[in-house]
Design a binder for this molecule. Structure first.
Ligand code: FAD
Length: 155
């Protein structure tokens, strides 16, 4: 029978429980027991569906640091790679979100390719898909390419 220097019981095999279990097992020398109320993946879990969106430009610096650590792993790790897809985005709102996002990257020293585009330019580009969009109250739109800048949509 294997012997371990410690044992950990994790209640809940959602995103956080499963990821914690995996990290502990990878470290070795720890017995990990992961329990849930139903077989994994439990449809009750908030993390059950795969259509989650994640970004890394939060005002919370700790959160940004955690994502700066996690994202390269998600890009490269064979386990995560098939489930993690980076896409470009346009974010249109009347707040100062765009400026704050770019400032967050600058303060954290995280390279990024965000830019603020005038509404007219956004209407013209992307084959005019947004030509008639309602941008009421919006002065400029935050555009972010993918990390690898390799999707045709993001160009
Ligand atoms: C509709 C929706 C959309 C979301 N969209 C996003 C998004 O776009 N981007 C993003 O980053 N986040 C998003 N979130 C938040 C994200 O899903 C959660 O923060 C994350 O999944 C939480 O993971 P978790 O492991 O803590 O909880 P869960 O995934 O809920 O896992 C908890 C697990 O614990 C089990 N459990 C509970 N009680 C017990 C018990 N007594 N005994 C045993 N097992 C138990 C449950 O069955 C479940 O499997 C969204 C959430 C929802 C609901």
């Amino acid at each position: 029978m294997a012997s371990y220097s410690s044992s950990v019981l994790i209640i809940g095999a959602g995103n956080f429980g499963a990821a914690t279990a995996l990290s502990l097992v990878k470290k070795g020398d720890v017995k990990v027991t992961l329990v849930d109320t139903a077989a994994y993946p439990n449809p009750r879990a908030a993390s059950h569906d795969i259509n989650k969106i994640v970004r890394d430009d939060y005002p919370d610096r700790l959160y940004m640091r955690m994502l700066a650590t996690a994202m390269p792993l998600w890009r490269q790790d064979e386990l995560y790679k098939p489930w993690y897809h980076e896409v470009g985005m346009l974010r249109a709102d009347s707040t100062s979100f765009g400026e704050e996002s770019i400032a967050s990257y600058r303060d954290m020293g995280i390279p990024n390719n965000s830019e603020l585009l005038p509404v007219d330019e956004v209407r013209r580009r992307w084959n005019g898909a947004l030509a008639t969009a309602d941008f009421k109250g919006v002065d400029q739109i935050l555009r972010r390419l993918t990390w690898a800048s390799n999707t045709s949509w993001a160009r």
